[in-house]
Design a protein around this ligand. Structure first.
Ligand SMILES: Cc1cc2nc3c(=O)[nH]c(=O)nc-3n(C[C@H](O)[C@H](O)[C@H](O)COP(=O)(O)O)c2cc1C
Length: 179
């Protein structure tokens, strides 16, 4: 089984990336192969149909093709997902997501942010026919220390459960792909 993780934050220093790295660690601990696409490292051009040959577009599409499921994390930017993540998803669409499970998480500034970003991401994934899990996680800035390390034990447990759920659903859809 292969899971593609997408960090949807284009900033160099990022709690969103830290969260995706923790999810990657949790997956690999369970012997799951991971493919990590980080929009801050793999800089994509603004979507145009004729960017098909761009190296990072090809990398994103190859990761998404190989993936049996996804873990996608976005920062909450003005009640939606980041523009960088939406741009990345526009390069993919239904051929890459149809029938594949996706776990989603958001980072937010506090004050009850994050939920709208996840609802926005969920609607976009619906448009791509992904099977987005009901479980979701929002993590506010306050749950990270100065080095973007997650300091809340409960959230670690929630994330661990969500990873189990992602593996469970993905293996049921495609049992031959288990590990
Ligand atoms: C352009 C911009 C818009 C933001 N809008 C919101 C918002 O609407 N709600 C919210 O809770 N946080 C908002 N934030 C705070 C970020 O969501 C939060 O700091 C971020 O998720 C932390 O992720 P990072 O460490 O990966 O940058 C915004 C931040 C930026 C830069």
């Amino acid at each position: 089984m292969k899971i593609c993780l997408i960090n949807g934050n284009s900033q160099d220093e990022s709690t969103t990336r830290s969260l995706v790295q923790i999810a990657q660690f949790m997956l690999e601990k369970r012997q799951i192969e991971t493919l990590f696409f980080d929009v801050s490292i793999h800089e994509l051009p603004i979507f145009k149909i004729d960017h098909n040959e761009h190296a990072e577009v090809k990398k994103l599409r190859s990761y998404a093709s190989l993936a049996d499921g996804f873990f996608i994390c976005t920062p909450d930017y003005h009640n939606g997902m980041s523009g960088a993540l939406k741009n990345a998803l526009d390069y993919l669409g239904k051929p890459y997501f149809k029938g594949k499970p996706a776990a989603i998480a958001a980072t937010a500034g506090g004050g009850k942010g994050g939920i709208n970003a996840l609802n926005n991401l969920r609607i976009v994934l619906r448009g791509m026919h992904a099977l987005t899990l009901s479980e979701q996680i929002v993590i506010d800035d306050q749950y990270f220390d100065n080095e973007s390390k997650l300091i809340d034990k409960n959230i670690n447990e929630q994330l661990d459960d969500m990873i189990d759920q992602l593996i469970n659903i993905t293996s049921r859809i495609n049992p031959s792909q288990l590990c």
